[in-house]
Design a protein around this ligand. Sequence first.
Ligand code: ADP
Ligand code: MG
Length: 615
Amino acid sequence: MADIIKLLPEHVANQIAAGEVVQRPASVVKELLENALDAGASCIKLIVKDGGKALIQVVDDGIGMSATDARLSFARHATSKIQKAEDLFNLSTKGFRGEALASIAAIAHVEMQTRPDSDETGTHLRIEGSEVVSQEVTVTSKGTSIAVKNLFFNIPARRNFLKSNHVEFRHITDEFHRVALAHPGVAFHFYNNGSELFNLPADNYRKRIVHIFGSRMNQKLVPVEEETPIVKIKGFITKPEFAKKSRGEQFIFVNNRFIKSPYLHHALVAAFEGLIKSDTYPGYFLYLEVNPASLDINIHPTKTEVKFDDEHSLYAILRSTVKHSLGQFNVVPALDFDHDPNLDTPYGFRNKSAITPQVTVDAGFNPFREKQMGNGTTQSYRKKIENWDGLYVGMESSMGDNIGSNSITYESDTITGSIFEGENEPQETITTTFQIRRKYIVTTIKSGMVIIDQSRAHQRVLYERFLKNSTIKEAVSQQLLFPLRLSFSTSEIDVLQKIESILVSVGFIFDKIENESITVTGVPLLVAESEVGMVLDQLISDYQQEINGESFSHTDMLSKTLAKTLSVKTGEVLDRQSQLALVNDLFACKESLTSPFNKPVYITITENDIDKKFI
Ligand code: ADP
Ligand code: MG
């Protein structure tokens, strides 16, 4: 029998490959945008006509190509991005298959103009259905422009299969969103049928999201952040009250690549469980970073499906991180889904301006009657706790009779009893505590004992209070007897001016902010006069660092800094009353298990655990 097997001609092979790579105009958009990003572009233009059927053009200012490279880029399996199979396990580029341009050129009219920065002239190349029609030297700006016209001109069946211009355009827009969201540091322009649709300057993640989805999005976003050895998570979820009837604003990126993962999507939905109605969908913009070696992006030709090494852990981490963010920001009343009116600031109070609490002098006080406490900070915790109640000084007088003071129950008045296992266990108020090594507070519960890290516990308590307090329009300040003048560098003053309004919202009052000094006349109740300088220093440096990340809200950052700076520290002796107050306050917190910096706050040891030690 005669031999019958033949190698397919190159252009036929390319057309077949194109069937996989190019399903519709949006696939071309994705490949061209990704090539531009891989080329290190800082500004990318996307130009589309008639749903991409007539024209898709991407213009970048990246590294460009030499004449030889320009020609070679259209050959199949031609890539500058990997050289050997091992490179596949350490990919930092979007592309690596070397198939996209070859495939596109097989089924369209393609025109490329490209010039590397180092060359004076560039290359102008025209290819139609895998055939080079012309190649010329040309004058063109640095970077690459690729125009793809008449998609599927030589495969009528595929062309007829395309949807309406409108539908194809929607797919293109989706693709554009994904790429632009993953790369906020790159500027993008998007023109459709001659008019500019998007003009996205290079910015941070939050602003990129807002630029794309409109300024109303800004108030909907809740930051998410977590770092574990397996994965680093950054990004935003939308507040539960903004859950939508349709899916849509749901994005997960892994190493700056948009991915589809029904499994991880499920983790997100699980985190929102109970917070949104069952037929609505939460929005999310999550950026995951994992070790490229633990990720296989090769399982799908168009690369939106990926395979993780440790998917189960990822699921758990994602779910708890999002839950945590929701819990943390649930403190803001606007976010409460199951709205608890007890946590509201009473109306009369909301509109009041700052109140200076009255100083009451204890006429019977004799400093020599009691022994001075050994450690000043012992009292300071108590003082802070007491002062906290003072935040509500003046409230009774401002409220009508219909709201008796009994109707106001603050979080700290109730024990949530989250650590008391079992439904039928009484919600007890803790009455016995002791301190060990000036570091831990130990207390007993029905099922055993709890060991609490005193400093982290106090951080948690203060953090939630500041967070809550900053939602009160006019925070209560304590007026300083003598205005405090503090010096700062001009750049520090600059920062202070930027955050002045936030500082005022938690109770600072500034008389003057000058070139190199500020005058403080009032401070939040929880801050002692002697601590003002330290607190402001800390705030400025945290803010300066935060600018780079800029993922968390200012209020959150401020609350964290204040909590960190003002909390009792390891090594401080706490008297019994302070210990009790701390423990009870902690368990009244929304999220008592972890500190604002995600460290464990307490551990429990059950009777069972103890029994085992005695075997
Ligand atoms: P891949 O991206 O998988 O390498 P492509 O077919 O998309 O394969 O591109 C082939 C090669 O052409 C790339 O590896 C790159 O070297 C070059 N190239 C493509 N687009 C550009 C561009 N916009 N700027 C610079 N080089 C490009
Ligand atoms: Mg590519």
